[in-house]
Design a protein around this ligand. Structure first.
Ligand code: 5RP
Length: 295
């Protein structure tokens, strides 16, 4: 049994606390939302932990994570260990680890995959940092990861930053897979050759080359709303697709699928596109092709 401080009890952190407690670990959670928090402040959370302490951060990437690290650097002491399990950009890990290293506090970055299903199914984990810190946190990783062989739901990807790098690429792949299913869905709906598109997609769940958990989730969404017409076709992004493409450019690695998937999300947010108005205007200019006038 280990004791863990857990900062951030939102969709992910809340369920992680449940899974860790179910495995017999002691978790002292802190969240600004008093209704779910076990402590009144970050300082209160730290005061309830016995040294050497271990604290897991599960708050939004960027400013909130950096601020939490800065606060923890003030509250923790030599020999403690901080794990960032959020979707931080891998370049933030160097900065955050240095802030903590100045106080001789250890740091691990951990990419966490599994979404709101992780409490039940376990979380796929990819970790960056020193071997001895990884070994120290292994009881926590073992409780969070799915049951089965450790190496199938956990990896020590490399030194600090490697865990979040692995998660960034994982999410880039996620963009591409989702986009491919989505395009297949739209094409089948548009062509009117297939009578029951959701039934065909459901029938791909077993035996086919394209079966996957994302496909299972698409089936689930189509069971709830067969034409998906309760939704608007508007898709946000949280950064990992963009960072994946930055890395593709930095390493001159072609990533046409992931870039198309990211740009499809940008298109989804446009009611009307200046670029497409320009294309329409140009066809009209050079070929006299008909245009639709704005209403
Ligand atoms: O990490 C995740 C899944 O693996 C998160 O759900 C993430 O928010 C997904 O990325 P995006 O918001 O850019 O679609």
């Amino acid at each position: 049994m280990v004791q863990l401080g857990l900062v951030g009890l939102g969709k992910m952190g809340f369920n992680m606390r449940e899974r860790l407690r179910a495995a017999g670990h002691e978790v002292v959670g802190y969240d600004r939302n008093e209704a779910v928090s076990d402590s009144s402040s970050l300082a209160d959370m730290v005061s309830k932990l016995a040294a050497p302490r271990m604290v897991w951060i599960m708050v939004p990437a960027g400013g909130p994570t950096r601020d939490t690290v800065a606060e923890l650097a003030e509250l923790l002491s030599e020999g403690d260990l901080v794990i960032d399990g959020g979707n931080s950009k891998f370049t933030d890990d160097k900065i955050n680890s240095e802030v903590l290293a100045a106080k001789k506090i250890g740091y691990l970055d951990c990419g966490v995959s599994g979404g709101v299903w992780g409490k039940e199914n376990g979380y796929g984990l990819m970790v960056g940092g020193a071997k001895e810190d990884v070994e120290r946190a292994m009881p926590v990783f073992d409780a969070l990861r799915p049951e089965g062989p450790r190496e199938e739901g956990f990896s020590h990807a490399g030194s600090i930053g490697a865990g979040h790098y692995a998660k960034m690429i994982h999410n880039g792949i996620e963009y591409g897979i989702m986009q491919a299913y989505a395009e297949g869905f739209e094409l089948m709906e548009a062509a009117h050759v297939i009578e029951n598109v959701p039934a065909v997609i459901k029938g791909w769940q077993r035996g086919t080359v394209v079966r996957s958990w994302l496909l299972d989730l698409l089936v689930r969404a189509l069971d709830e709303d067969p034409d998906l017409d309760d939704l608007e076709g508007y898709v946000e992004d949280s950064g990992e697709g963009r960072w994946t493409l930055e890395e593709a450019i930095n390493n001159a690695v072609p990533a046409p699928v992931i870039s198309a998937a990211l740009f499809a999300r940008f298109s989804s947010r446009q009611k009307d596109s200046a670029a497409m108005r320009a294309v329409a205007a140009l066809r009209n200019q050079f070929g006299g092709h008909a245009v639709k006038k704005a209403e």
